[in-house]
Design a protein around this ligand. Structure first.
Ligand SMILES: Cc1cc2nc3c(=O)[nH]c(=O)nc-3n(C[C@H](O)[C@H](O)[C@H](O)COP(=O)(O)O)c2cc1C
Length: 146
């Protein structure tokens, strides 16, 4: 992958934002191992496939931005959607862009106290609320990781 700055122009990048619920959040030891395994494997695999992005968790849900060439993104989306360690995978946003959100990070990993919007916002849990909340959290990462 080319060394990119935040303003690096790269035609044909697809950027997805996903969220999901962790399949078995009660089993803390297993969850620890699962997250560790996902992050380590994904960092290597994403670098190989020219994918970048970030994975957020509050240990009940995941939110992820993943971006890269369409061929890599399509294959990876299927793999992630089939993964039994989470469920209820929702594709919140599909963008084509020339500029990556997180160009230097195969997979930044971020733990948050409570991923806003993935559970409930103001007592309501709607796709629109989730979408807005995940997108704003992930966009807020850019100054930290970009
Ligand atoms: C929320 C979540 C996000 C994931 N993100 C990635 C990722 O960005 N890159 C990756 O290689 N694997 C990721 N994985 C793991 C894949 O789902 C899959 O286990 C891994 O790519 C190995 O695929 P395979 O079992 O088809 O070989 C993620 C898993 C979960 C649960």
């Amino acid at each position: 992958m080319a060394i990119a700055s935040t303003s690096f122009i790269e035609p044909g990048i697809v950027q997805l934002i996903l969220c999901s619920r962790i399949a078995d959040p009660q089993d803390a030891n297993r969850l620890e191992r699962d997250i560790d395994h996902i992050v380590r494997c994904a960092q290597a695999e994403n670098a190989r496939l020219e994918l970048t992005g970030a994975l957020l968790t509050d240990r009940a849900s995941f939110a992820q931005v993943i971006e890269g060439p369409i061929a890599s993104i399509e294959g990876m989306y299927s793999r992630i959607a089939d993964d039994k360690r989470h469920q209820g995978v929702e594709l919140l946003q599909y963008n084509t862009t020339h500029v990556r959100l997180l160009p230097l990070w195969p997979l930044a990993f971020v733990e948050v106290d409570c991923t806003p919007g993935i559970g409930r916002i103001n007592g309501r849990d709607t796709p629109l609320d989730r979408r807005k909340a995940c997108i704003s959290v992930l966009a807020a990462l850019r100054p930290l990781f970009g």
